[in-house]
Design a protein around this ligand. Sequence first.
Ligand SMILES: Cc1ncc(COP(=O)(O)O)c(C=O)c1O
Length: 344
Amino acid sequence: MIDLRSDTVTRPSAGMLAAMAAAEVGDEQEREDPTVNELQRRAAELVGQEAAVFLPTATMANQIALRVHTRPGSQLVAEEHTHIAIFEAGGPAVHSGLIAHRLPGVAGRITPEQIRRAAETADWLQPVGIVVLEQTHRSAGGRVWPLAELARTVAAAHELGVPVHLDGARLMNASVASGVPAAEYGRLADTVTLCFSKGLGCPLGAILAGPAETIEAAFRLKFLFGGALRQAGVVAAAMLYALDHNVERLAEDHARARRLAEGLASAGLPVDVAATETNFVGLDVGSIGLDVGEAKERIAERGVKVGRLRPGVLRLATHLDVDDDDVEQALDAITQALGVHVAA
Ligand SMILES: Cc1ncc(COP(=O)(O)O)c(C=O)c1O
């Protein structure tokens, strides 16, 4: 089976497992794990922030960020398909008592004007507590915010005195695709999530980065959320390994996604090649009258697993465990599975 459901399906490589086995560890809750401490130092620098805290998942990093910045009863402003708003089990309401204020976006991006308008509808009783932006934007198909546009939207929030959290789960994909250092994007925001269990190929692990004082508050919340670990250096070692070995190679995932998109489009399938900026391909089966579940099944029968990007649209994600041959095989399998609809 070729698994294109998500970039989270990778298994740790032999080199990563060796790094994990060799990790120097200590009690993370006592801040005595040297590998975790080193990871936090390097990750903060990477995303242009002063400090970082290691967390098991990007979801926990996002949720702690919301809690650290906001008061219950305030509004979370975000593009309507933002991960934090639709895929985190209602966490913003449950953990932080936030009211979701979701805005329509283009390629997952919202404008300064939309932020200003959202703030106009708020008052002191339920003020805008936080703006969340996503880089790359998952549901838009791994689209990249151009740096200047991100800076303008962040500035609009800051002019209103509202903090900005950047869900940079796939920030390194954005950086590799655009050639803009991750720190240039990251330093714009008040806090940044970076996930290591996606394109970076770790079995788990994320960081939340920000100013030292904010990260100190986040460290306390890590206990509250049940994410304070013990000898977590075994995971941090995988994450350090990923920073050394798995960042630049994201360009290969992007090239393979591009090849998939072009191949499918030239076979007449509904794929927006120009929107394939990183490691996701969106295949709009709804537009050819197919239901996502049925399309997934037909493709799986030919040996390829695909996921769902958004309603009506399949996700084909490239990652560490997909090579050039897999891409060619997947192209054949998908065009054959859906071919009859192309002709129709
Ligand atoms: C943009 C984005 N943010 C956060 C997450 C959450 O990551 P995790 O499932 O590792 O907590 C995901 C997961 O797919 C994601 O796509």
